[in-house]
Design a protein around this ligand. Structure first.
Ligand code: HEM
Length: 396
């Protein structure tokens, strides 16, 4: 078996701020270090990062590699590691595996299928148009990261789930508090979002929240259902929020300086060009640069490397998707295997709608700083980067 040296000089868990166009040195360093790289985890001890695509897909399907935080190293502090509760404490899509996970997926999947989400297309375009038109009425320079990128995905989610939109500001506030490092802030925010979820179930409920309730496996408690809805709201906001910033920067940056985003076709109006813009944005600036943590249930061998039981494993989605020698094929942006993102169709539609509305309704929209002057920052690790500000004039 191959001994893998600790790669402590690679810092995948360190906060960074850099230009939108600056390459991420962590990706290259990890890739060069091998298909599976041992690093030091934020919560201490070794962790393994998979940098090779075939191995990544093998990990996603491996029966001895699970999501349940109960299998995390016993010495890990849950807060430092950023872990959810265990599957026994709080069953969820992101912590269950095997048949229990499959049952929960079956309850969710039809509600988030391409067909069901496609039916929402006119509504989601209308939401994007309405919000951007409202912002444009101010007529001045607006920072789209200040409000729009969080308000838009939350409006879509609340509307879809059947949660009254007069609760939107509460949802925005709670999602912001999820990222607060005050000790109780996160638990309070989870409770607030779960409370909003409950509002989608009142009076019979008319949205997907009520449909999900009716599809839940027998024995699901109201508290468990509220947590599943919390999971959809939080995962759906956090990821799309960051992606919209990069998408708009790419779209408007290309107007000023074709090639700024690295994709010559961005302004082309031919079929498929919005899809390509979205795909390229997600590939280069994924809101989930790594998968969530997985853990080995027993000692296993991966690519000739021995991993002990309870070994923490991440997949370097961003590094794999942007590898220079990568063969054409599906990206890992939304993961792979049983835990493939349940919200992928929704996220893609939200992003396409923003790009389409900006192109059609705001042909004079522009960045007020050079594209390369935009800054991205992030905490490192599983949380992706976000633009610090995105100053834009929508109608010039
Ligand atoms: C551009 C936006 C998005 C990206 C890039 C993204 C990415 C991902 C990835 C990579 C995973 C798999 C994680 C793993 O295997 O450890 C995942 C899972 C998940 N995503 Fe998304 N996501 C996005 C938007 C959304 C939206 C809009 C929703 C809600 C409607 C959502 C809900 C979820 C849920 C619930 C899971 C867990 C699925 C499971 O474990 O079975 N995501 N996402």
């Amino acid at each position: 078996m191959t001994a893998v040296p600790d790669r402590d000089h690679i810092a995948p868990f360190t906060p960074t701020t850099r230009s939108i166009t600056a390459p991420d040195p962590v990706r290259t360093a990890l890739r060069q270090a091998g298909p599976i790289v041992q690093v030091t985890a934020p919560a201490g001890g070794p962790a393994w990062i998979v940098t090779e695509e075939a191995l990544a897909r093998e990990v996603c399907a491996h029966p001895q590699i699970v999501k349940d935080p109960a299998m995390a190293p016993l010495y890990w502090d849950r807060m430092t590691a950023g872990l959810e509760q265990t599957a026994a404490e709080q069953p969820s899509l992101t912590t269950l595996d095997g048949p229990e996970h499959a049952r929960l997926r079956r309850a969710h999947a039809p509600l988030f299928s391409a067909r069901r989400i496609g039916e929402q297309s006119p509504r989601i375009h209308a939401i994007a148009r309405q919000l951007l038109t409202g912002i444009a009425a101010h007529g001045a320079v607006v920072d789209l990261m200040a409000d729009f990128t969080i308000r838009y995905p939350l409006t879509v989610l609340l509307d879809l789930l059947g949660i009254p939109l007069d609760r939107l500001d509460e949802a925005i506030d709670a999602c912001r508090r999820m990222l607060d490092d005050e000790p109780d802030a996160q638990q309070e925010a989870i409770a607030a979002i779960a409370g909003l979820a409950a509002a989608g179930l009142q009076d019979g409920g008319r949205g997907l929240a009520a449909e999900l309730r009716d599809r839940m496996p027998a024995g699901t408690t109201p508290q468990e259902l509220h947590y599943h809805l919390f999971g959809l709201i939080f995962a759906g906001q956090l990821t799309t929020d960051a992606s919209i910033g990069f998408l708009i920067a790419r779209l408007l940056g290309e107007r000023d300086d074709p090639g700024a985003g690295g994709n010559e076709n961005v302004l082309a109006s031919g079929p498929g060009s919005v899809d390509e813009l979205v795909r390229e944005t997600l590939r280069r600036n994924p809101p989930a640069p790594f998968t969530l943590w997985r853990f080995t249930t027993t000692e296993i061998e991966l690519a000739g490397v021995r991993l002990p039981a309870r070994a923490p494993v991440l997949i370097d989605i961003q590094g794999i998707d942007t590898a220079p020698a990568r063969s054409p094929g599906p990206d890992l942006t939304f993961g792979a295997g049983a835990h493939f993102c349940i919200g992928a169709q929704l996220a893609l539609l939200e992003l396409r709608a923003v790009a389409t509305v900006l192109r059609q309704d705001f042909p004079r929209a522009r960045l007020t700083v050079p594209h390369g002057g935009l800054r991205q920052s992030g905490l490192g690790g599983i949380q992706g980067n976000r633009l610090v500000v995105l100053p834009v004039v929508l109608t010039g």
